[in-house]
Write a protein that binds this ligand. Structure first.
Ligand code: ATP
Ligand code: MG
Length: 225
């Protein structure tokens, strides 16, 4: 059995066409059932639904043979490990950029906040984010002093309530920021989703897994092109 870890939403929706192109049809709709293990048109392939941030953990520890995770999630996960988190060796084989679930990591503030001036004057600003490692590295590179406030969701609320001056969050169309009267003031990096593979699985299930990875790879290039 080959187990593929996906998260509901953007990742699942954007992975489906690649799976289909690789000859794998998912037979159950996660929006219509509460099942966490989904059957596919191939008896030897199944999909497990996990939190986006849990995909690397599942693949690393062999709960899934492969998975699709945002570059944002992978970067944060790698930092967690480096800082003494569980798991030891990273244990994720060669992330393949699938070019799906594209968005960008940005700094956003209230429309009235002069971010450029704060940066120029070396003011200490408060930044709320779920992506503390990416944010820390970004502001350190810029030489800006920030107090990071860790949040797990609804980041847009932080500048509106006075919890923070700025947020670091994912932006795709910008409509969520706009709806909350926030403006994007700095682009940190472009983000897309990657395929990660468990190295032990790759050895044990070499032929079948390799074929699936290659099909994925080819499909993503077709979709992106
Ligand atoms: P969780 O539900 O586990 O807290 P999450 O809310 O970040 O995680 P999703 O919103 O489903 O999970 O996002 C999953 C991935 O989709 C992100 O990690 C990111 O790589 C990608 N993504 C693409 N566009 C966006 C966007 N506009 N907002 C959030 N994530 C996006
Ligand atoms: Mg979510």
């Amino acid at each position: 059995m080959i187990t593929l870890a996906l998260s509901k939403g953007r990742i699942f929706d954007d992975t489906l066409p690649l799976l289909r192109a690789a000859g794998v049809e998912v037979l159950e709709d996660p929006e219509k059932s509460r099942k966490l293990i989904l059957r596919t048109s191939r008896d030897d392939v199944r999909v497990v639904l996990v939190r986006a941030s849990d995909v690397p953990t599942y693949v690393q520890h062999g709960g899934a043979d492969l998975g699709v995770a945002g570059h944002d999630v992978l970067l944060e996960h790698t930092h967690e490990l480096a800082n003494g988190g569980t798991g030891g060796a990273v244990g994720l084989y060669r992330p393949v950029d699938l070019g799906i679930a594209r968005c960008r990591m940005s700094v956003a503030t209230r429309a009235g906040f002069d971010y450029a001036a704060a940066a120029r004057h070396g003011a200490r600003i408060r930044v709320a984010t779920k992506y503390t490692h990416i944010a820390r590295e970004h502001f350190a590179t810029k030489g800006m002093h920030v107090d990071l406030i860790k949040l797990y969701g609804s980041m847009e609320l932080a500048p509106l309530t006075g919890l923070a001056d700025a947020i670091v969050d994912l932006v795709s169309t910008g409509s969520t920021l706009k709806a909350n009267h926030l403006v994007e003031v700095e682009h940190i990096m472009d983000i897309s989703a990657r395929l990660v593979v468990n190295p032990a699985s790759l050895k044990l299930k070499q032929d079948r897994l390799r074929a699936l990875i290659d099909a994925f790879d080819a499909a993503s290039k077709g979709v992106v092109a």
